[in-house]
Write a protein that binds this ligand. Structure first.
Ligand SMILES: [Zn+2]
Length: 150
């Protein structure tokens, strides 16, 4: 696998640990977006794009996020532990949309994105800096990465 392009969107003045978004291009063929750059307890790390898992309300059949305590549609109270659990016995709330399947690929993604992030940070201090434009960034699945960083 060769990462042929990395684009970084810096986030300034965030109160939380999210420092930016990245998109990567693999082998000039495939773009993966919504990678998140997180400033964790042991330094910068990358969270792969993920989606929130949902299930259906037993009363009305409306879809709700697994963390929801009440149905968005009918307002009925929902059970506390729904869905499956992870290896530490916690509710699995997110599923990766795209992720590296072995450590070597993970390291490669992490190294390239963090390098690009630092380079972008330097560039952003120069006069006339123009940030890449990104449409509809996925702030939504950030709380997962936040939880992982604590
Ligand atoms: Zn309902």
């Amino acid at each position: 696998m060769k990462i042929t392009e990395v684009r970084i969107k810096l986030l300034d003045g965030q109160p939380d640990k999210l420092r930016g978004f990245a998109s990567i291009t693999v082998d000039d063929c495939l773009v993966v977006r919504d990678l998140k750059i997180i400033d964790g307890a042991s330094g910068l790390f990358i969270a792969m794009p993920s989606r929130k898992l949902c299930d259906r309300c037993p009363s009305c059949g409306c879809k709700n996020h697994l963390r929801a305590r009440h149905c968005n549609d009918c307002g009925k109270r929902l059970g506390a532990s729904r869905g499956s659990q992870d290896e530490r016995g916690r509710m699995r709330l997110y599923a990766d949309i795209a992720h590296p399947i072995h450590q070597e690929a993970r390291n490669q993604v992490e190294t390239r994105v963090i390098e690009a992030y630092r380079a972008e940070l330097e560039r952003s201090k120069e006069e006339g800096y123009v940030a890449h434009s990104f449409d509809d960034l996925d702030y939504d699945s950030y709380d997962r990465a936040h939880g992982a960083a604590d």
